[in-house]
Ligand binder design. Structure first.
Ligand code: BG6
Length: 524
């Protein structure tokens, strides 16, 4: 068993080759759900497996008065439940690095003593005062906290702060949770607030989808092989489907969700990131700057949606109730006449030479048939059908096209769908699938995204974090589906799709208009 007091092993195969550096992680929102459910279990995991740099200290900040011991105690059950391997000794060692500070991050008067506390912890951890701020609070508090951090002079990269070594250059970085704004203007305002205090290379806009194995594998699949690139364009690809369906309901998150909806909650962030990785050109290096540049180009090339005809480009839905759960519009925190979408399907086009004419269909929703995060690359049919003489029974009728199916969750798998000859005399065709199952091949357990992401921030690697322009570009692309122009899509939503279904009929019609259909699991 490793503990954090052992020497952390070098990161294996990390492109930047940089080691995560010890720091004080200051978590604003220490008593919140995200901290207990995700951040602390993930940090514990990195410590237990020897990846958290020795000397790292974690300082949780929130308003409730609490001692270090009480905070540690409150977190233990969460770690037991949410970390993959609980080990008493590893927990005790890790818990010693957890500290608590009572105060509101928006209150200027706490910052003198906060600063001393950070200094104290840096000395205790015997490092040079690197600080990683984590905003795990309500989004309305982001800007006020950032402003206070700036005013309190907590950020001055490159200068001596609480360093033990006068020549050391400690860094200060910040991780910002989603939602990053609620529209283009608020996202731009938050970016400006961050920019007044932090350099862009110290700002880490988190998107946990980027840490999913199969999302990262997209770049390897596309650019570590030569066979895909020649056909990865509008000449061969008919269209692309990106689905993130969830079987869970909105549940107790009604208050948040009704302000957000499926487009803000999932499409603006996660699905557009997947789209960018599917559509981008090869970066010149496997490095944050080069990769993000290519993603920015794609996001900025998303064609503006013609607002006069918005129903042609999108379908919205709200799940109905069943004997297990109420309908969305019947949730206690949700107004009965809510027009917030719990399902959205969008058509987007990318205006560049590679993708002109190839639609990207994105869909996501709550309480759908199953949890499935998947990319389907659907290829054009052969220009001439050599097998048109076959009868329906022999596989002539409606032969499915070639597809590359990239399953991100719950299975991690890449499949290629082909036509094959059924053995025997005569010619009969059938659809076959070649699969590369990630878990079977590598025996790797899916990893909780937050641990690797935090370590990346500690090594200064922004590859899996979003650039300012990606975030603002993504908002620009989806604003037509959120502003007043989306009103026609929001009529009569209440209960327009059954719980456990694949969404409203209008979502099927969206593709059917072009002779296409969603690749749903039950069609396999
Ligand atoms: C979050 C959304 O960002 O992603 C949630 O706020 C959603 O509503 C979740 O359930 C889905 O994440 P995952 O990793 O389970 O696909």
């Amino acid at each position: 068993m490793h503990t954090m007091e052992e020497t952390a092993p070098a990161p294996t195969g990390h492109p930047a080759g940089a080691q995560p550096e010890p720091c004080v992680i200051v978590i604003f929102g220490a008593s919140g759900d995200l901290t207990a459910r995700k951040l602390i279990p993930a940090l514990y995991e990195t410590a237990r497996t020897g990846r958290l740099p020795r000397g790292t200290r974690i300082l949780g900040l929130s308003r409730t008065e609490m001692s270090d011991a009480a905070w540690r105690e409150s977190l233990e059950p969460w770690v037991r439940q949410h970390a993959t391997g609980f080990d008493e000794e590893a927990w005790r060692t890790f818990a010693r690095s957890l500290h608590y500070f009572a105060g509101s991050g928006t209150n200027a008067t706490i910052y003198e003593s906060l600063k001393s506390r950070i200094e104290e912890l840096a000395r205790d951890g015997e490092h040079h005062g690197n600080v990683l701020f984590y905003l795990s609070v309500a989004p309305s508090l982001y800007e006020p906290i950032i402003e206070q951090i700036g005013r309190a002079d907590l950020v001055f990269e490159g200068k001596r702060w609480c360093s033990l070594d006068p020549d050391a250059m400690p860094w200060q970085r910040i991780i910002v949770e989603k939602p990053f704004g609620r529209d283009k203007a608020t996202a731009a305002s938050l970016n400006r607030a961050l920019g007044r205090v932090f350099e862009e290379d110290a700002i880490y806009r988190i998107d946990h989808y980027l840490a999913k194995e199969l999302v990262q594998n997209l770049l390897v699949l596309r650019f570590g092989n030569t066979i895909f690139e020649p056909i990865w364009n509008h000449r061969y690809i008919d269209h692309v489907q990106i689905t993130a369906s969830e079987s869970v309901s909105v549940g107790s998150r009604g208050a948040y969700y009704d302000e957000a909806g499926a487009i803000r909650d999932m499409i603006q962030s996660h699905l557009l990131q997947i789209l960018a990785l599917v559509a981008m050109d090869a970066p010149t290096q496997y490095a944050a700057h080069q990769i993000r540049q290519e993603k920015i180009k794609i996001i900025e090339a998303i064609a503006p949606t013609p607002v006069d005809n918005i129903e042609w480009f999108a379908a919205f839905g709200q799940y109905a109730g069943d004997d297990r759960e109420p309908a969305y519009h019947q949730l206690p925190d949700v107004p009965g006449d809510t027009t917030t979408e719990t399902f959205a399907a969008l058509t987007l086009h990318i205006d560049n030479w590679r993708w002109a004419g190839t639609p990207f269909y994105l869909r996501t929703g709550k309480r759908m048939a199953e949890k499935r995060t998947e990319i389907v690359i659907e290829f054009k049919k052969p220009p001439v059908d050599l097998f048109r003489f076959l009868t329906a029974a022999d596989g002539s009728a409606d032969r499915p096209p070639n597809r590359i199916i990239i399953e991100i969750a719950p299975t991690e798998r890449v499949g290629v769908q082909l036509q094959g000859k059924v053995p025997g005399t005569g010619v009969r065709l059938d659809t076959v699938r070649m699969d590369f199952d990630y878990q079977q091949r590598f025996h790797a357990e899916p990893v909780e995204a937050y641990g690797p992401l935090l370590l990346d921030a500690m090594r200064g690697d922004q590859t899996l974090y979003k650039h300012r322009l990606e975030v603002e570009g993504a908002w620009s692309a989806i604003m037509p589906f959120l502003n007043d122009h989306s009103a026609p899509l929001r009529r009569n939503l209440n209960g327009n799709y059954a719980a456990g279904s694949w969404g409203p009929e209008s979502a099927d019609a969206l593709l059917a208009r072009h002779g296409r259909a969603w690749y749903n699991v039950d069609r396999r």
